[in-house]
Design a protein around this ligand. Structure first.
Ligand code: FAD
Ligand code: NAD
Length: 478
């Protein structure tokens, strides 16, 4: 049996980053991953790279350009006739990006000396992983390690009333590979996936109806931003029905018939395709034997402390399989932290400043506490906001929708939360995260110089507005 210092189970963003960092720190490391692509070839990178962050962003980018070419460039004085869609080429581009990045992770493993093993890993005891080869007739191999990092990720939550058949009813992975644009597309769930994939297919020409069970739209975001987002997305033509309880979904061959109930009563709608996007659940079953003493909570998450230590032997768990937001960058940082702790260093993750981004147009992004969270906690705070409408660069770009809002502690002035809706907010939020990571006050941001003309100036002005001293808009005395 080959022995390693560390075995990582899972090569998604949490696992592959952990493996690379372990190897960088001189630890003999193996990473076991069971993902096989359509061609039954190993494809490192997990959900994020194969059917998540990357392919969805490739399609978001392509679909935005298609829409721009069709209707968005006239205001710039550019007219294009006969814009047509080659969906096969768009999909081929997306697939090529994924394959290139799969190879990129494999290359990084090779250059860092990580042993990559394709197969399903099972933690037999605290030091032994049994790997079942997915390709070669289920051959089994035992490997050993002093330290184990579990990073098996998550999978879509299934709905009994709308079972995925991978034909007309699909999950997020299926929705990234339609062969034609559905005429009418139904989506169950107005969460991050519903909004991003709904945007893709709506831009490409589908009529999109999103059925959301909750009355409150994007409850995890600052409510002012959520309200503005709902308005903007509805204005684009996404038919978002809040408080819609789905009763059944039936695929009758050609169409899917969906029955749902709102305050207006029971209704039925038919769609060419239906996407079920009602959350994801951790991959914690069939992963380890009872002898490891690991604890899984009622929601399926492996219990860990703030250092992702399970409290058992030398076993750690990171990424979507543990508490916290199911985000690739959160898993990556946990991977680095755990690798450094195993190597005897002092790794840490600041869970207070994890950025969240929804890649719709306008983009929605935030870090830190929302206004409603601060109010609920009884924290007194000051607020400053600034609209993109008043930014010269936003006007030049034709991207005047949205705003940035800065929340700062009323006594210390420390920035507690930053909330954004507008173009390029996925990039702008990084500035807020850096500020908060360094414990900046709104005064610090006010005293910082930002290049003109840039969208970043909107962040500067929002910080200035905290003390009623924004320059490029009248300040309303608070
Ligand atoms: P995963 O990426 O799920 O990887 C786990 C890997 O482990 C997989 O390869 C799996 O096959 C393998 N595995 C599982 N069990 C075993 C086992 N027993 N043995 C061997 N291998 C095993 N997040 C963002 O931050 N930004 C985004 O823009 C974003 N967009 C998304 C879009 C979509 C459509 C989806 C579905 C998700 C998106 N996410 C995004 C979420 C992101 O993909 C996840 O948070 C992230 O992939 C979690 O990383 P992970 O390493 O924990 O797990
Ligand atoms: P989500 O939790 O964001 O949204 C699911 C939505 O479905 C919620 O609004 C929920 O109220 C609704 N819902 C649940 N059951 C329902 C039902 N029976 N009928 C109608 N609505 C119902 O989950 P998701 O959109 O599936 O995304 C899964 C995870 O992937 C998220 O945790 C997210 O963090 C991650 N993700 C992140 C990004 C990003 O960072 N940009 C993109 C995609 C996915």
């Amino acid at each position: 049996m080959t022995n390693y210092d560390v075995i990582v189970i899972g090569a998604g963003p949490a696992g592959y980053v952990a493996a690379i960092r372990c190897a960088q720190l001189g630890l003999k490391t193996a990473c076991v991953d069971d993902w096989l692509n359509d061609k039954q070839q190993p494809a490192l990178g997990g959900t994020c790279l194969n059917v998540g962050c990357i392919p969805s962003k490739a399609l978001l980018e392509s679909s935005e350009r298609f829409l721009d070419a069709r209707t968005g460039l006239e205001k710039h004085g550019i007219e294009i006739d006969n814009v047509t869609l080659d969906l096969a080429a768009m999909m081929a581009r997306k697939n090529k990006i994924v394959t290139e990045l799969n190879r990129g992770v494999a290359g990084l493993f090779k250059s860092n000396g990580v042993t990559s093993i394709n197969g399903h890993g099972f933690l037999k005891n605290k030091n032994t992983v049994e790997v079942t080869d997915g390709k070669k007739n289920g051959n089994k191999l035992n490997i050993g390690a002093k330290n184990i990092i579990l990073a098996p990720g998550s999978k879509p939550v299934e709905l009994g009333i709308a079972p995925v058949d991978n034909k007309a009813i699909v999950d997020s992975a299926g929705a990234l590979s339609f062969h034609e644009v559905p005429k009418r597309l139904g989506i169950i769930g107005a969460g991050v996936i519903g909004l991003e994939l709904g945007s893709v297919w709506h831009r490409l020409g589908a009529e999109v109806v999103i059925l959301e069970a909750m009355e409150e739209f994007l409850p995890m975001a600052d409510s002012q931003i959520s309200r503005e987002a709902l308005r903007a997305l509805k204005k684009q033509g996404l038919d978002i029905k809040m408080g819609a309880k789905v009763l059944s979904a039936k695929n009758s061959g050609e169409l899917v018939s969906v029955a749902f109930e709102t305050t207006k009563g029971k209704q039925t709608d038919t769609f060419d395709k239906l996407i079920v996007a009602v959350g994801r659940k951790p991959n914690s079953t069939g992963l380890f034997s009872e002898s490891t003493d690991l604890i899984v909570n009622t929601r399926g998450f492996i219990e860990v402390d703030e250092h992702c230590y399970t409290g058992q032997h030398n076993i750690y768990a990171i990424g979507d399989v543990v508490r916290g937001p199911m985000l690739a960058h959160k898993g990556m940082e946990e991977g680095v932290m755990v690798a450094e702790i195993i190597a005897g260093q002092s790794g840490r993750v600041n869970y207070e400043t994890i950025p969240s981004v929804i890649y719709t147009h306008p983009e929605i992004a935030w870090a830190g506490k929302s206004e409603q969270q601060l109010k609920a906690a009884g924290t007194s705070f000051k607020s400053g906001s600034f609209p993109f409408m008043a930014s010269g660069r936003a006007k030049a770009a034709g991207e005047t929708g949205g705003m940035i809002k800065v929340l700062a502690d009323a006594k210390t002035d420390r920035v507690l939360g930053v909330h954004m809706i507008g173009a390029r907010c996925s990039e702008l939020i990084g500035q807020a995260v850096i500020a908060m990571e360094f414990g900046a006050s709104s005064e610090d941001l006010a005293m910082t110089m930002f290049a003109h003309p840039t969208l970043s100036e909107v962040f500067h002005e929002a910080a200035l507005a905290v003390d009623n001293r924004a320059i490029h808009m009248p300040n309303i005395k608070k």
